[in-house]
Design a protein around this ligand. Structure first.
Ligand SMILES: *[C@@H]1O[C@H](CO)[C@@H](O)[C@H](O)[C@H]1NC(C)=O
Ligand SMILES: *[C@@H]1O[C@H](CO)[C@@H](O)[C@H](O)[C@H]1NC(C)=O
Ligand SMILES: *[C@@H]1O[C@H](CO)[C@@H](O)[C@H](O)[C@H]1NC(C)=O
Ligand SMILES: *[C@@H]1O[C@H](CO)[C@@H](O)[C@H](O)[C@H]1NC(C)=O
Ligand SMILES: *[C@@H]1O[C@H](CO)[C@@H](O)[C@H](O)[C@H]1NC(C)=O
Length: 953
């Protein structure tokens, strides 16, 4: 251990020391706003503060954001000061809070705001000036509040508004709607559902025509609907849904041309007379394309027949009508329909001829019914392109079920009870592109996909009970791009099982029982086009990092994404060092939670294009810096929960493109400057769940978190302290780091005093002694820094002042005093012996330090804990600082690890460049210890010291 190091480090010019306080003052005043926010994150210029239990709008969001998410908090009031300067904000989401009150003009500075979402709050009244200033707002959502009262001019400034959703409030009368919409010349979409309206009279709404295109009046207990003038000439979408209301509505649309543009009509659950409805349907006779009649109470088939006379109608939605049977005449005249939805009924059987008239049908949805088999009725539909039969009771599928379906492109058979399929069952589906067979009970594939299906692109087989894949089992699928086999029981992939899948880009095999032996047989070698391979949660396990004779992915040079993470526990495992061989274009590797204990440093030599790497939840307590060196393109790195003690492995890896680093729940306590400096592109750092040392060792990090403008440190304001013990429970960023700069208190004191004195002296001098101004200034400096002590007590009375804790007095008096004073003849100053009684203690200390050539600090744990002693070190180090003399000698009575020293910043700092001796280490040669201490006390006369380098061992 080197003693008395580098004079150079101490050779600061006295001039600079005077300058420093001024610089300090200047730096402290404008508190720079950093990029790390207390409750929010910034992502793509959107402040994300949703779901944070906030009770007020955060104040630290930068004024440059364009979006602001504040949904799902507990904000009850918003006020003028909440949204002062956000000239770029276009989207503001305040939905799902408890807002009862909005102060007038709160949004008035948000001139760019386009969308304001206040859904699901507790507003009762909309005051006159709530929306003032929102001149560019186009979309306002205030659904699901308790709005009863709307002031006359509330919407006046919303001249750009096109969408207003005020459904699920308590407006009650159309007159209030009238007050609102007459202020909104550009309104196109108006949602008024669930407002307890009982009457709709067009004259009550307005007397001039409106340009509203979408009107939703759903779920109002409407008794009368009266349209006597053409107030809605441009309406294209009309929702009159009304389930749960039993009173019959009087529907009166006086002129059949009033709805001549409506193309989408929802009359689900409506309760009107059949005649009224037929009249309504007449008014949309030339425009309607989509009609929804879900949950109808009665007359369904006569309404279907009435609607089918509309020549333009193409889509008919008939969900949740409790149909159990479809007879031969049910939709007999709907000859122009292309899309019928019968889902969510109880249909058990369908007459073979039920769909015979639907000669143009291309989409048929029969999902969520109780069909026991594929209905024969579909055989009469030769143009069918999409057939949905999922969630029924189908257990068998035969080839003749799909005879004639040569146009079919998509077939949904998921969530049935199919346990096996036979050979050529899909052979006639020559145009089939998407086949969904998920969540059935299939155990074998029985060669179904060896049969040629030339156009099949997506095959979904997840959630079955498949246990093995046979050689050539997908040989008939030359166009297949996506194969999903996850959540099966696959425990054997036979050699060549993916043969023929030359166009496959996506293969999902997660949650099976595939082992490393299945990877060894070269089964992936046929998939030369594969981009994404998911092998998560299988039983792949390697003992160590020994290289494999046949690396499993060596032919997959186009693979971009590889996932192998696992939740199964095998105990400790390794990754063969050439596991990734051949993956020259791999961009993402996810190896989370695979019980890795070691990674060979060459593991990533094969993957120079890697951009995202996840190694979280492994037991890699040590990572070689060379491991990451090949990853020059790495942008995202996850190393959470891998028992790391520091981020030091990153400093040498030169990850110059790394933007995102997540390292949660490790054992970091101190984040060093060089780690952060080695990641110049870092914009997001997540260190949640580490336990930090809350003292000056983290001063740089704390300052950087608070002030840097590039990197967001996620959740930094919640980082907790673990050390020193006294700070447990407090937050890292609450630490006051200003005191960490050496002697800053003292320097500030001196600088303030000198500034005041300087001012007085200057004005005095200027007045009387203009000519001697400069001289006087220097005189003053000398006064402050030198004369005070040096003149008073020179020459030195003592060779050394000994600073120690009274608990260590036994050692000082019993060991040190006899050796240094007795044997070596030095003159020491001890406080119990040499201090002048009656003098202030601080004065005594100052005099002792300046009256001695040296100061010996006897350091023990107790010494460090006592405030006086550190004051002594500070004073001595100040003398050291301005006198340019090596006056301080540190003697350690105990071995104190540097982690324990860390709260004693100054001591630790001095240790780096100052003479120090350790008593415990000298135990074997006490003689040498005293000899060295004597040397450190230096020449008796003329103490202008040069460098002392003494060896401690
Ligand atoms: C707001 O709208 C006005 C026109 O009403 C337009 O001139 C101005 O550029 C818009 N401001 C922003 C920030 O979009
Ligand atoms: C609001 O308008 C209604 C009629 O349009 C009027 O009777 C009422 O006096 C107005 N209220 C205020 C406060 O201006
Ligand atoms: C309806 O739309 C047409 C064409 O966009 C437009 O010219 C007309 O002004 C609109 N009607 C109303 C009442 O705004
Ligand atoms: C009509 O309104 C009901 C209830 O608000 C809603 O569930 C339904 O989706 C709407 N219909 C359409 C076509 O949007
Ligand atoms: C079907 O549509 C054609 C025009 O495409 C029309 O001429 C015919 O009347 C429609 N048939 C029915 C029953 O509406």
């Amino acid at each position: 251990m080197a003693l008395g190091r580098r004079q150079k480090e101490r050779s600061q010019t006295p001039g600079r020391s005077l300058f420093q306080p001024l610089v300090f003052l200047c730096l402290l005043l404008p508190l720079a706003a950093g990029f790390t926010l207390k409750a929010c994150q910034i992502s793509r210029n959107v402040a994300k503060c949703g779901k944070h239990k906030l009770t007020s709008v955060p104040r630290d969001v930068p004024s440059t954001v364009t979006g602001w998410e504040l949904f799902e908090n507990k904000i009850s009031k918003i006020q003028l000061s909440d949204f002062r300067d956000f000239p770029m904000l276009t989207q503001l989401e305040l939905n799902r809070n408890m807002i009862e009150q909005i102060e007038a003009s709160t949004f008035s500075r948000l001139t760019s705001l386009k969308m304001l979402n206040l859904n699901q709050n507790r507003l009762v009244k909309l005051e006159e000036h709530v929306f003032s200033g929102l001149v560019n707002l186009t979309e306002l959502r205030i659904r699901q509040n308790r709005i009863k009262v709307v002031a006359n001019n509330t919407f006046q400034t919303l001249s750009s508004l096109t969408i207003l959703d005020i459904s699920r409030n308590n407006l009650h009368t159309m007159a209030k709607v009238h007050t609102i919409i007459k202020q909104l010349p550009h309104l196109r979409e108006l949602y008024l559902g669930s407002n307890d309206f009982t009457r709709f009279y067009s004259w009550e709404l307005t007397n001039t025509s409106l340009d509203i295109q979408r009107l939703d009046l759903s779920l109002n207990p409407m008794a009368v609907f009266h349209l006597t003038s053409n107030v809605l000439p441009n309406l294209t979408f009309f929702n009159m849904t009304n389930s749960g209301w039993t009173q019959q509505m009087k529907l009166d649309v006086q002129n059949p041309t009033f709805f001549h543009q409506v193309s989408i009509l929802d009359i689900s659950g409506i309760h009107v007379s059949v005649d009224d409805l037929k009249t309504l349907l007449q008014t949309v006779n030339a425009s309607l394309t989509s009609l929804r009649m879900n949950k109808m109470k009665s007359h369904l088939s006569s309404l279907i027949n009435a609607s089918c006379t509309i020549p333009t109608l193409t889509q008919l939605l008939l969900q949740r009508n409790q149909l159990s049977h479809i007879g031969s005449d049910f939709v007999s005249i709907c000859s122009n329909i292309t899309d019928v939805d019968f889902s969510h009924n109880n249909i058990k059987d369908i007459h073979d001829d039920a769909f015979r008239s639907l000669q143009r049908l291309t989409i048929l949805n029969l999902s969520y019914n109780k069909l026991p088999s594929v209905p024969a009725a579909i055989r009469t539909l030769p143009w069918l392109k999409k057939l949905y039969l999922s969630t029924n009771g189908i257990s068998r599928v035969e080839r003749q079920d799909f005879a004639n379906q040569s146009m079919l492109e998509e077939l949904g058979l998921s969530k049935n009870s199919i346990s096996s399929l036979r050979g050529a069952v899909f052979e006639d589906l020559v145009r089939l592109q998407v086949l969904k067979l998920t969540d059935n009970h299939m155990v074998h594939l029985d060669g179904v996909f060896e049969v040629h299906l030339p156009n099949l692109k997506q095959l979904l087989l997840q959630g079955n009970e498949l246990s093995s894949l046979q050689t050539g089992g997908f040989g008939g699928l030359p166009s297949l791009q996506s194969l999903k086999l996850h959540d099966n029981k696959l425990n054997s992939l036979q050699k060549g099982c993916f043969k023929g899948l030359t166009n496959l880009t996506e293969l999902l095999l997660q949650n099976n029982q595939i082992t490393e032996r299945d990877l060894n047989n070269g089964c992936f070698n046929d998939l030369t086009n594969l981009r994404r391979l998911d092998l998560r949660n299988n039983h792949i396990y390697y003992k160590d990092t020994t290289a494999l004779a046949r690396p499993p992915f060596s032919q997959l040079s186009l693979l971009r994404l590889l996932y192998i993470l696992s939740q199964h526990h095998h105990g400790k495992s390794g990754l063969p060092r050439n596991f990734l061989q051949g993956l020259t274009n791999l961009e993402l590797f996810d190896a989370r939670n695979i019980q890795l204990v070691f990674l060979h440093e060459n593991t990533f030599n094969f993957t120079p294009q890697l951009q995202e790497l996840d190694l979280s939840s492994n037991d890699l307590d040590d990572l070689s810096p060379d491991l990451f060196s090949p990853l020059r393109n790495l942008r995202t790195l996850y190393t959470s929960r891998i028992s790391l003690g520091s981020l030091q492995y990153l400093t040498d890896a030169k990850l110059h493109k790394l933007e995102f680093l997540q390292a949660r729940k490790n054992q970091f306590s101190v984040i060093d400057e060089d780690v952060v400096r080695s990641l110049p592109a870092l914009v997001y750092l997540d260190l949640q769940g580490n336990t930090f040392t809350c003292d000056c060792t983290n001063a740089w990090f704390i300052n950087w978190v608070r002030t840097n403008n590039q990197t967001q440190v996620f959740d930094a304001y919640n980082f907790g302290c673990n050390f020193p013990t006294a700070s447990k429970g407090s937050k890292l960023l609450d630490l006051d780091v200003q005191s960490c700069t050496v002697d800053v208190d003292y320097i500030l004191f001196v600088s303030t005093t000198s500034l005041v004195l300087l001012l007085m002296v200057t004005s005095f001098t200027y007045h009387f002694l203009k000519a001697h101004l400069v001289y006087a200034y220097f005189l003053f400096l000398a006064l402050v820094f030198d004369k005070k002590h040096r003149n008073k007590q020179s020459p030195c009375q003592f060779d050394a002042f000994v600073s120690y804790n009274s608990h260590d007095e036994a050692w000082v008096v019993g060991e040190m005093l006899p050796r240094l004073e007795g044997d070596q003849g030095w003159k020491l100053c001890l406080h119990h012996r040499d201090f002048q009684p009656g003098k202030a203690i601080i004065e005594n200390i100052t005099d002792a330090i300046y009256g001695s050539r040296k100061t010996i600090c006897v350091i023990s744990r107790r010494y460090l804990r006592s405030g006086w002693c550190s004051r002594e070190i500070q004073l001595a180090s100040f003398r050291l600082f301005h006198e340019q003399k090596d006056v301080l000698i540190l003697v350690f009575l105990e071995d104190i690890p540097s982690s324990e020293l860390s709260p004693h910043y100054i001591t630790r700092k001095l240790l780096k460049k100052q003479t120090y001796l350790s008593w415990p280490r000298a135990a074997e040669h006490p003689q040498r210890f005293w000899q060295k201490l004597g040397q450190a006390l230096g020449p008796r006369e003329n103490d202008h010291l040069s460098v002392q380098v003494l060896e401690d061992q």
